[in-house]
Design a protein around this ligand. Structure first.
Ligand code: DP6
Length: 320
């Protein structure tokens, strides 16, 4: 049997204006538009061999069970009908599934490595459409820097993909990642999202105001207005969590240290250091700031957190 291998690397992105809710679960189409920053330093590196003895998925040097691998191989089924068995070897240089956006880097790297190994010539936009079907946030990691994910209107989802809005060197900002826990989350973002949309009374308000959030944030990015962007990011974050808190049963990813970091950010801001927070489906806090302030912010949160990282705007998904 002939086989071909390709390796791609991708970085996580952090949503400044959040994606939460789906209008189509099968095609994984979002109920809201979103906006993100692709980050440096953390990455997933994935090699796909198209044509092997059997489907095999290794993550961080550990062979995964059939249940753990199912999502990966169902994703590869999207590439071509009757694909051959494939080997997928993937490595994260950061904690998996702990709210550090590992599914974004995972599915964008997998989409690129698999399509090249399968000899499909896909544009970056087509790769984003593909990656979206593995995990929504992955559609944004294909590009460097500042990226919008348009909801799209088409039923087949071909117009729901990332769009680059500014390159990584557009603006010298940093994301300080405050790691409160690198444990796996109690409920996956996918399950929590579906529960929210079926039971939270806040869900309609969330959907109805998302486009305004994106428009304001996009303008702030173009104008390099950190305060405007930071305020809108916090607003989007708190609206997203209000839909989670009010779902039945309630979903609460936050830990006491999460709020302690939020308070520290507010105190830094009151002391004249411009910085704003966001969180995802986990207890960790990400703090957006100017590059020159990142170290001081990191020192202020150090006593509260398990670990912290200072990440800068990063590259899009690329072949190695
Ligand atoms: C809170 O992209 O992990 O991080 O599409 O179901 O795989 P699925 O969800 P996923 O959700 C990310 C949600 C978020 C916000 C965001 O990244 O926009």
């Amino acid at each position: 049997m002939s086989s071909s291998t390709a390796t791609a690397r991708s970085h996580p992105n952090i949503a400044l204006i959040k994606y939460w809710g789906k209008r189509d679960t099968k095609l994984n189409l979002p109920a809201v538009p979103s906006l993100s920053l692709t980050l440096s330093q953390f990455h997933t590196t994935t090699s796909v061999t198209w044509g092997s003895n059997k489907d095999l998925f290794c993550l961080n040097n550990i062979e995964q069970s059939n249940t753990q691998s199912a999502k990966v191989f169902q994703f590869l089924d999207l590439l071509t009908p009757n694909r051959p068995p494939c080997t997928v070897v993937s490595e994260n240089n950061f904690p998996t599934a702990a709210g550090l956006a590992s599914s974004a880097s995972a599915f964008s790297a997998l989409a690129m490595a698999a399509s090249v190994a399968a000899d499909l010539q896909l544009s970056t936009t087509a790769l984003s459409v593909l990656a979206r079907q593995g995990s929504g946030s992955a559609s944004r990691s294909l590009w460097e820097g500042w990226v919008e994910w348009k909801m799209g209107k088409k039923l087949d989802g071909t117009d729901s993909h990332g769009i680059p809005i500014a390159p990584r060197d557009h603006w010298d900002v940093r994301m300080v990642m405050a790691v409160i826990s690198s444990q796996q989350k109690p409920i996956s973002s996918r399950a929590a999202m579906l529960q929210t949309q079926s039971t939270s009374p806040m869900y309609d308000a969330w959907c109805n105001t998302a486009q305004t959030d994106v428009d304001i944030a996009k303008k702030a990015i173009m104008e390099k207005n950190l305060e405007r962007l930071g305020r809108q990011m916090e607003h989007s974050t708190l609206k997203m969590f209000s839909t989670m808190f009010t779902t039945q049963p309630s979903v609460r990813y936050w830990k006491p240290q999460t709020l302690a970091v939020v308070e520290a950010v507010e105190q830094l801001r009151n002391a004249g250091i411009p910085c704003w927070y966001t969180m995802d489906a986990g207890p960790n806090v990400k703090i957006l700031c100017h590059a020159k302030d990142a170290k001081q912010i990191a020192s202020a949160i150090r006593p509260i957190v398990e670990n912290h990282y200072i990440l800068e705007p990063g590259h899009g998904t690329h072949l190695l």
